[in-house]
Structures are given as C-alpha cells and as structure tokens.
Design a protein around this ligand. Structure first.
Ligand code: ARG
Length: 279
C-alpha cells in the first residue's frame, strides 16, 4: 500500500521564539528561500515514494510546518494535540479543521493534559504498540488514556536530554519492527523497556553525531528512509537491513528543532495484528 502523508507549506515558517534548545540563538536567523528549497526537496522525494497532501499554512503560527505535532492518527481517528507552549496553541484549530475536512473523527484528551501528537506518540511497525515520549512536552498521564481511547497498548518512555524534547527526535520505529534510536536520550528504565520489546538485532543505536544531525527524525516508507543526514556507519547499518537511506539537507528547519519526520504526518496508520505465537 502507498503511504499517505500530510505536510504544511512553509510560507510562514520562521524562528520567531525559542521553546527548545535548537531555537535559542536562531531567532530570525532562518533563510526563507533556503527553507523553501529544503522543504520542496523533501516534498519531491517523498512524493516519488508516497502520496503527499499539503495543507495551507497560516500567518502567526510559524511552527505549523511541523505537521507531526498535529495529532496522533490511528485508522480514521485522530487524537488532537494540545500544545504545551502558548506559541503553538493556535495551530490546534487549524489542524482540527483540516482533519474534519478529511472526514476523520477527532478525539481529545482532557484539557489539563499536554500532548504533542506524532511528535511524541509513535506506533511501532512490528507489533501493535504505541510508544509515548514524555518528560518535556507530552505528559505521561496521557498513556493510560490513549490506551483506553485507541485500544492499543502504550509504552511510556522518559526523555531526559532537552535537545531531544520530542520522541521523534531520538526514536524512529521502522518497517519490519526495526528501530533507529539514540539511547542517551532516555532514562535507564526506558532503555530497558525498549530492549525488552525490541530484540537486539532489530535495534540500530545511533552515535551522538547522528543524533545531533537529526538522523532519528526519519520518514520511513517502504524501504526508503528519508533523513537530514546519516553517517557512513548509519548508512551501512540501514542498508544491511534492506533499507535505502536518502539524505536531504534540512538545516533551516533544524534551527527550529525539527527535520524530516517533524515535517510530515503519516495519515494511513493501520492497526497491526498481534504477532502469532508459535504453538
Ligand atoms: N519548534 C518546534 C517546537 O519546538 C519544532 C517541532 C518539531 N517537531 C517534532 N515533531 N519534533 O515545537
């Protein structure tokens, strides 16, 4: 099946405030033309491998280009985000309108809970499991509620490095139950939970240089893995498992703390069947 993704035109993208460490020192330092070129290159690559829907941008919400944070999609339903920072809260209405126009059922968590969608809530690609990053943006209290609302097991993971403030900045489940991740971004108990659920031969731990280049912030469709940059080691690791890494520079968006995965939201998220136990 061809995957479907949502992207948002970058016309209003800029670094206008600092709500993560990447943005500090980068306010107004982005280059608009370069951002547009980089976004278009990613869009072009992804369009050749999948279907991409582009929603219009809006003035006053420069981070709306990061559609991963719109919500968490599962089948025809979406749990809408509720952003931690006031700077991003106005995006919620835009995303909600877009989802409703698509005929999707929009669900919400209780108003006191912060939740940043597919920035922090990532479906495993090998088992019916939802990973939830918390500690910076989304709250761990979302875990039992998401489990109930969506009828899927949720495994919470605590993020401990402020540079990796969303789960998708340091953790990327890949087709076939593989995983790219940066172990140091998690506390020890969370690392153990990852190890308990994903066998060693399916885990690809990246070095700090790859993590800092947002290599874990990858879009995986079929065999393709689109990312900002990957070291020779990571390229080899991915290729040896049958993946085809495709690098496309996204430095302008990294100034805002995002790269390939943040700029997309997968819209066709199916429910995986539980692995059959061998009798
Ligand atoms: N400036 C945005 C923020 O701090 C970047 C969001 C990146 N998105 C992501 N899914 N990691 O919220």
């Amino acid at each position: 099946m061809t995957d479907r993704y949502l992207m948002c035109a970058p016309d209003h993208f800029t670094v206008a405030y600092a709500i993560n460490p990447w943005m500090k020192g980068n306010i107004a330092k982005d280059n608009r033309d370069m951002a547009l070129r980089q976004w278009s290159a990613l869009h072009g690559m992804l369009t050749r491998a999948a279907q991409v829907q582009v929603m219009p941008s809006a003035p006053g919400v420069p981070d709306m280009v990061f559609t991963a944070n719109a919500g968490l999609v599962l089948e025809s339903r979406v749990v809408l985000s509720r952003f931690r920072h006031v700077e991003r809260q106005a995006e919620e209405a835009h995303f909600e309108r877009w989802f409703r126009q698509q005929g999707m059922e929009v669900l919400r968590l209780p108003p006191e809970l912060r939740f940043e969608g597919a920035g922090d809530a990532l479906l495993d690609r090998g088992q019916p499991l939802l990973w939830l990053g918390h500690g910076h943006r989304s709250e761990s209290a979302c875990a039992p509620l998401l489990q109930q609302m969506l009828d899927i097991e949720v495994e919470p993971l605590r993020l401990v490095d402020p540079r990796f403030y969303h789960l998708d900045t340091c953790f990327c489940p890949l087709e076939g139950g593989y995983l790219i991740y940066y172990p140091a971004a998690f506390d020890a108990a969370s690392r153990e939970r990852i190890h308990a659920r994903i066998p060693a031969e399916r885990r690809i731990a990246v070095i700090s240089a790859d993590a800092a280049a947002f290599a874990c912030n990858a879009v995986n469709t079929g065999h393709y893995v689109f990312l900002n940059r990957a070291s020779a080691i990571l390229v080899k690791e991915l290729r040896s498992r049958g993946f085809i890494p495709r690098q496309t520079p996204l430095g302008e968006f990294m100034k805002a703390g995002g790269a390939a995965k943040c700029l997309t939201l997968k819209l066709n998220e199916a429910r995986l069947a539980p692995a059959r136990s061998v009798a």
